[in-house]
Every structure is written in structure tokens, then in C-alpha cells.
Design a binder for this molecule. Structure first.
Ligand code: OGA
Ligand code: NI
Length: 365
């Protein structure tokens, strides 16, 4: 009753305020000329009108609630954040610090890892798509392939062996556990048995992308990471815990995903969109160039076998197909997909290329 009345009051007040403003016939310039220093309420966009990427609590909600929220998030956002994911804060902090040590070490040491040879399992470059994109991004990236067929331990940068710990391995083990949980939940969110995606080997391959976004002298003129989708099944992203810049395209607007200590960002990749036959969406995202005096560090963990050679083909999951919802994509191997993605310069065209021609899809009915 009270809140209802309040609502009516404020609506009436708003109507009056709009009319008063209109009657001044002086516009917002008139308001400025009166010397106002705060914004009249009619101009203020309330917080709850702004889109926010959903946050999913993996511990305190019951499983069917979690599955429902994951289904909704993967359909409408392609992104969600997780809290209470069970990974200790010091494991997250150590990983970020390891990446910082890698980039801030002597150039002579670092240069041994610099390469554009995509058969190398540990390498760093600035802009994978340097020669293909329209403009370069203000970012360097260290890639570490973890599974399957990992390189010898001495191939990883020594800065990740720290205080008797193997930072890449420790964090990767934690992420594999979380990935297992997520793939089970996502399988169920698709209406499949919990093991379905794991049995399809969606969690078989893992690659770290460790990004370093240094201070940008003219941040408004470029990006830290141009808009793209991820060419994997799923990504678990550990963002810099303080410096923001990550944005996701939602209903045609770039929505900030602000940093939040202890939170991980999960997103659907192209391969999950493909096998889910568009039930779940791989959504474009980007990172603004870093305007702050400190570097922004983030670590993406990609579930994909990347360039690993395999004849295994992925197409829409049979259990999800019906006469009304026929297969929208042709099958592909992961290596072919990654190759096509790289040639499309992060343009999102790789998935579109696999779309069944409309006629073919109809004939299958
Ligand atoms: C990526 C990515 C975002 C970030 O690695 O694909 O989108 O915050 N990273 O670095
Ligand atoms: Ni990405």
C-alpha cells in the first residue's frame, strides 16, 4: 500500500517536474544558466534500469535454481559471473602476480617466448591478429597450452614456479574442477544428462591466455581487445581485480562487467553455440584501452583443444534436434574451426560460415 502510494506520488511529481521544465522553454541550457550543480531527478537514470550481467552463486542456491539461472544467462547474455566457486583467493592472486612477473621481467628473457608460430604451446605475442585486423589493440598476450599433450614443464616460463609452487598447474587444476561443475550444470541447462558435454570431450583441452593491458597514452583512440567472440566451448575469465574495461554486447549496448574481487566471469564460446544449435549464445565482447596508471591483467582459460590434430567432428547435438528445430550448422573439427576463426580476424564470421544454407536445412525436414 505504502510503496504503491509512493509510486503514485513520485509519478505525479515526475509529471509535474516534466511540465515545469517544459514550461521554462529554456531547455537544459536554461538549467545550467540558473547555476544548478546537481542533476534534477527527471534526468537521472536509475541503477535498476541499467543492464547487469547475471551473478550466479554456486554454493548457497539449490541445483535446480542454479541450472535455471545458467540456462537464462547462456540464452540471453552468453555471459555470467560466478561467486562461491570454491577457488581460494590466494590462487587467483598468485596467478595474476605470475603474469605480472612474466611481463615485467627483462626483455632478453621474455623475448625467447615471442613467436607467431601457432604450433608452439607456450608463446607470447602482441595481437594474434596483428596483420589481419583493421587496427591493432593495446595489449600483449601470453598463451600457455595445458591439455591435452602439455609441453614439458621446463617449457613454461620460469616465473610461474614460485615459492615452491607451480602456479599454472595449481590454478589449472582448480579451473578444471570448476569447469567440470559448469559443464555438468550447462548440460542439464540444455536438458541433457549431466555427463553429456564432458563425454563429448568439451573439457578435454585447456589453454591459458594471459593478457597484459599497459597504460594507454590515448585510451579513447583504440581498444585493449577489439570486439570478438571466443572460439572455444567455454571461457573462465579471471579479470584484473581492480581495473575494469571488459564490456559485453547486450541488446545492442556495450555493458560493463566491472571487476569484483573473487568473482570469475564465464562465457559461452562459439563451439558451444554450435553444438547447442544456437540454444546458447557466444556473444561479442571487448576490452577498453586501459586509462589508469597501472597495467590491467587478466587471464582467460579456454576449454578447447585448439590446434591439436584430431578427426573428431563437432556439430549440433542430436538430442537437441527436432523437425521444427533442424541442425543449423555443419560439422567441423576444432582445429579447422580455429584456423577459420584466425583467418576471420576475430570477426565472428567463422561460425556464420558453418551455417547450413537455408535450403539444405529445409530439405532435411
Ligand atoms: C579473451 C577475453 C577479456 C579480458 O581472452 O578472449 O575476452 O578481460 N579477455 O582480458
Ligand atoms: Ni574473449
Amino acid at each position: 500500500m505504502d510503496s504503491n502510494l509512493e509510486g503514485q506520488n513520485s509519478e505525479a511529481e515526475r509529471a509535474k517536474a516534466l511540465k515545469d521544465f517544459d514550461d521554462t522553454k529554456a531547455g537544459v541550457k536554461g538549467l545550467v544558466d540558473t547555476g544548478i550543480t546537481t542533476l534534477p531527478p527527471i534526468f537521472v537514470i536509475p541503477d535498476d534500469h541499467e543492464f547487469k550481467v547475471p551473478t550466479i552463486d554456486l554454493q548457497t542456491m539449490n541445483e535446480s535454481t542454479i541450472i535455471g539461472e545458467i540456462r537464462e544467462a547462456c540464452k540471453s547474455w552468453g555471459f555470467f559471473k560466478v561467486i562461491n566457486h570454491g577457488i581460494p583467493q590466494d590462487v587467483l592472486d598468485d596467478m595474476i602476480e605470475g603474469v605480472r612477473r612474466f611481463y615485467e621481467q627483462e626483455q632478453e628473457v621474455k623475448v625467447q617466448f615471442y613467436s607467431r608460430d601457432n604450433t608452439r604451446k607456450v608463446r607470447y605475442t602482441s595481437n594474434f591478429d596483428l596483420y589481419r585486423s583493421k587496427f591493432a589493440s593495446w595489449r600483449d598476450t601470453l598463451m600457455c597450452h595445458m591439455a591435452p599433450n602439455p609441453p614439458e614443464p621446463d617449457q613454461y616460463p620460469p616465473v610461474f614456479y614460485w615459492n615452491g609452487r607451480d602456479i599454472l598447474k595449481d590454478y589449472s587444476e582448480q579451473l578444471n574442477k570448476l569447469g567440470d561443475t559448469l559443464f555438468r550444470l550447462i548440460s542439464q541447462a540444455l536438458g541433457l544428462v549431466p555427463n553429456h558435454l564432458i563425454d563429448m570431450e568439451c573439457a578435454k583441452g585447456n589453454v591459458f591466455y594471459c593478457h597484459y593491458y599497459p597504460t594507454c597514452p590515448e585510451p579513447a583512440k583504440t581498444l585493449g581487445h577489439a570486439k570478438h567472440t571466443d572460439p572455444d566451448f567455454l571461457t573462465i575469465l579471471l579479470q584484473d581485480q581492480k581495473i575494469g574495461g571488459l564490456q559485453v554486447l547486450h541488446q545492442n549496448q556495450w555493458i560493463d562487467i566491472p571487476p569484483e574481487e573473487g568473482t570469475l566471469v564465464i562465457n559461452v564460446g562459439d563451439l558451444l553455440q554450435l553444438i547447442s544449435n544456437d540454444k546458447f549464445k557466444s556473444v561479442e565482447h571487448r576490452v577498453l584501452a586501459n586509462p589508469t596508471p597501472s597495467p590491467r591483467i587478466s587471464v582467460g582459460y579456454f576449454f578447447t583443444t585448439n590446434f591439436e590434430k584430431s578427426d573428431k567432428k563437432y556439430g549440433p547435438i542430436k538430442e537437441l534436434l527436432t523437425p521444427e528445430s533442424p541442425a543449423l550448422y555443419q560439422e567441423t573439427t576444432i582445429a579447422d574451426y580455429i584456423e577459420s576463426f584466425a583467418n576471420a580476424a576475430l570477426g565472428g564470421a567463422a561460425l556464420a560460415k558453418l551455417r547450413q544454407p537455408a535450403m539444405e536445412a529445409k530439405q532435411k525436414d
